[in-house]
Design a binder for this molecule. Structure first.
Ligand code: PEP
Length: 255
């Protein structure tokens, strides 16, 4: 039995000030119904950066419980002439404890290389933010049976940069690109198989226990089956996290 599960909601570039307020009001009503066993859940939300201060303020003012805040991205640099970037320290100023790094949308649409991803992980950790490092293969790579080699190469570049001890302090999210935002979730068995191979790779590299999350069209309908897999410690949820009620249902599946 796993001692803990992680449920992470990624809003991507969605929402508004009004949507944040409504979502939090619905969350506050619904989260009281999460049972005692939900105390073993870490529940995290990644709103767009511009709404982090509002999220943080609402959480404090309304005494909203259970939610930790996560940045969707962070600069590889500490400070300086990097127009448009946000530093790890800035995210921490608004109560972020974690940050997503290497989401496939950042890798594919914003040309983030394995090296940049590794540098971001190093910078975030040096500043005290816990990275949620995303890895995953394209449809074509899966068809070429390259899933394991792609994922381990993505992990290896971070390992080489930060070392085994630091990698164990991160969270890893396996997100097959073909399953993100497509409604085509990997089956629980497909996800488990990749997670088992990541777990074995981490063991070979002498990386201590690192939570492994699955992401890709997770919904209230499939979350329980995914979370029951032996090497899946949590889920990274995009679309279904935008509606507080669906996100709450996912948080409730194991309780
Ligand atoms: C994501 O944003 O990382 C994600 C997995 O999205 P979705 O759940 O919508 O596929």
């Amino acid at each position: 039995m796993k001692s803990k599960h992680w449920i992470v909601g990624n809003w991507k570039m969605n929402g508004s000030r009004q949507a944040v307020q409504q979502w939090l009001a619905e969350w506050q009503l619904g989260c009281n119904k999460l049972t005692a066993s939900a105390s073993r859940l870490e529940i995290l939300v990644c709103p767009p950066a511009i709404y982090l201060p509002f999220f943080a303020e609402q959480i404090t003012t309304n005494n909203i419980s259970r939610l930790k805040l996560v940045g969707q991205n962070v600069s590889a640099y500490l400070q300086g002439a990097y127009t448009g970037e946000l530093s790890a320290a800035m995210l921490q100023d608004y109560q972020c404890s974690h940050v997503l790094i290497g989401h496939s949308e950042r890798r594919q649409l914003f040309a983030e290389t394995d090296e940049v991803v590794a540098q971001k992980v190093a910078t975030a950790q040096a500043q005290g933010l816990r990275p949620i490092l995303c890895v995953g293969e394209t449809q074509a790579q899966r068809e070429q049976q390259a899933t394991e080699s792609v994922v381990t190469a993505q992990l290896d570049s971070v390992l080489k940069r930060i070392g085994a001890e630091k990698l164990a302090q991160a969270i890893i999210a396996y997100e097959p690109i073909w399953a993100i935002g497509t409604g085509l979730s990997a089956t629980p068995e497909q996800a488990q198989a990749v997670h088992a191979s990541i777990r074995a790779w981490l063991g070979n590299k002498r990386v201590g226990f690192t939570p492994l999350l699955y992401g890709g069209s997770v919904s209230p309908d499939n979350a329980a089956a995914v979370l029951r897999q032996p090497d899946i410690d949590g889920v990274l949820v995009g679309g279904a996290s935008l509606v507080a009620d669906s996100f709450l249902k996912i948080c409730a599946v194991l309780t």
